[in-house]
Ligand binder design. Structure first.
Ligand SMILES: [Fe+2]
Ligand SMILES: [Fe+2]
Length: 502
């Protein structure tokens, strides 16, 4: 629909790349700016991409060219068309061009700052704007600027444009349905101001496409300040909705599946860096559940996967002193954080055991069982044989006292097979009997709502896992919460159904 538009709106990132960046004001998480932006964009990496991304200024905290460039690269990677306008913290530079999209024209303003951060819209810019509107008859105009126009913000600091009233009048007379700003970090909800036009006859005014409520004004809260908010604004015909989201979790959550620098498949994670994100994003704890097989074996031994057939290889590694289980547990302990818990992710082997030496179980907060590969040769197996192999591996796990079944049916999608619906009930039944939780995990995985519905009905605890290999995944539970909401579990009720360490 040409009259519908979905916009992702972000403001005040205040990014500074210096590791110990002293932000321009307390509460601004300047050094995480690029990461916060990337995290917000990643939430739209799937199917429902917005039509356009709007960034409303103060991309950088102190005008760094490198930082501005890094932000641009992140935006380009997202593949979403974007309009980025500079704020008073950014280096003066180019002027973004108006962007026609569907039946809309996104019109960016770059206003001028005087002493004491006072900001004014130039008369010639208002004239140019009028001309652009005239040249785009019938388009609904969305005006973009850093400083808010309306409502007036009572503060010693001059947040609003100095000539806000004449700007509003220009908007009311020129088809502006919506005006978006940043700069005022707490943000302001969508509010309307009527035309108050003295220069147009009623007839002429009615002929225009402006919303019947007048001009909508919205100020997006700063991304750099906790809880790290952004907005999704949708225009549908005459209706405008503005929904705010936060990168920080709405309630403290627990991650029962997270990797570390000890994983061969780790990207940039370390215990320390994950914990930093955990406090930033509002978490109770992170249980580091490193791949046990990778800890026992060298990279080369692990890649040969012999351990799935011959458990003796783990014992030899321990005897030779080449395993890293102790080092991993030390690293978690050394973090000194009450938020850090230690667990292991184990796999079933061909002889009915798991990749965990009995002496290593003591003191672990959690053992999660995962089927990454089936022990045995399934290269020529048909779907039914794979299913039988899966059930056997699953039984091995539950018989070996695991707490959580990691990414329940991921093996199938990774092998290009459909999730085996026939197995949902038997698996849920065994989880219930053995008191094992089912993990909700979106790492290269698409959990089946049907399976989790059965689990919830059976009272099986749900374990939230990010399966973090990359720092951008740490503390990110947006999909988990959405999924549970879809199954009728609100964020407030979530504590009742989760598997949590006490
Ligand atoms: Fe700002
Ligand atoms: Fe600003």
């Amino acid at each position: 629909m040409k009259d519908n538009l979905k916009m992702l709106v972000i403001g005040d990132i205040h990014y500074s790349a210096a590791e110990e960046a002293a932000a321009s004001a307390p509460g601004r998480h300047a050094k995480y700016g690029l990461e916060l932006l990337t995290r917000a964009l990643r939430r739209f990496a799937g199917e429902e991409k917005p039509d356009v991304l709007v960034i409303l200024g103060d991309v950088t905290d102190s005008g760094g060219r490198q930082e501005a460039n890094d932000a641009m690269i992140a935006v380009e990677k997202s593949g979403i068309p974007a309009v980025i306008i500079p704020g008073n913290h950014d280096a003066p530079g180019g002027r973004p061009k108006p962007l026609p999209i569907k039946n809309f024209l996104l019109y960016p303003f770059v206003d001028s700052y005087q002493e004491d951060d006072k900001c004014t819209r130039r008369e010639e810019d208002i004239e140019k704007f009028r001309l652009a509107v005239k040249n785009n008859p019938g388009k609904k105009i969305i005006a973009l600027q850093h400083n808010p126009v309306y409502p007036m913000i009572e503060d010693d600091y001059p947040y609003n444009l100095r000539n806000a009233y004449s700007v509003h009048r220009a908007y009311a007379e020129n088809n502006v349905i919506l005006s978006l700003s940043g700069h005022y970090h707490p943000g302001k909800n969508l509010t309307y101001k009527s035309g108050e036009s003295k220069t147009l006859t009623l007839k002429a005014f009615q002929g225009r496409v402006q919303g019947k409520n007048g001009v909508g004004y919205f100020t997006v809260p700063a991304l750099c300040e906790s809880p790290f908010r952004y907005a999704v604004i949708e225009v549908r015909g005459d209706k405008i909705s503005a929904d705010e989201y936060a990168l920080r979790n709405p309630v403290p959550l627990c991650d029962n599946h997270c990797h570390t620098q000890f994983a061969y498949c780790a990207e940039d994670v370390t215990v320390e860096k994950v914990l930093e994100r955990a406090s930033l994003l509002g978490m109770d704890y992170v249980c580091f559940t490193e791949h046990a097989d990778q800890l026992y074996l060298t990279r080369e031994e692990y890649s040969r996967m012999k351990y799935l057939q011959d458990a003796g290889i783990l014992i030899s590694a321990r005897k030779n002193g080449t395993d890293r289980v102790k080092a991993f547990r030390e690293a978690v302990k050394q973090s000194g954080s009450a938020m850090a818990k230690a667990g292991l992710e184990v796999c079933p082997d061909a002889s009915g055991g798991i990749t965990l030496l009995p002496e290593d179980r003591e003191g672990l907060d959690m053992v999660i069982g995962a089927i990454h590969f089936l022990p045995g040769d399934f290269s020529h197996a048909d779907e039914k044989e794979v299913q039988r192999g899966f059930m056997q591996a699953f039984e091995t796990l539950v018989n070996n006292d695991i707490d959580v079944l990691a990414h329940p049916f991921r093996l199938f999608s990774r092998s290009g097979l459909k999730p085996p619906r026939d197995l949902f009930r038997p698996v849920a039944g065994m989880l219930k009997n053995f008191g094992v939780a089912a993990e909700l995990n979106f790492h290269t995985n698409k959990p089946s709502p049907e399976f989790f519905e059965i689990c919830l009905r059976e009272g099986i605890k749900i374990s939230l896992g990010t399966d973090t290999h990359n720092l951008l995944q740490a503390g990110e539970f947006c999909k988990h919460l959405e999924f549970l909401k879809m199954l009728g579990i609100s964020t407030e009720q979530i504590g009742k159904i989760l598997y949590l360490l006490s």
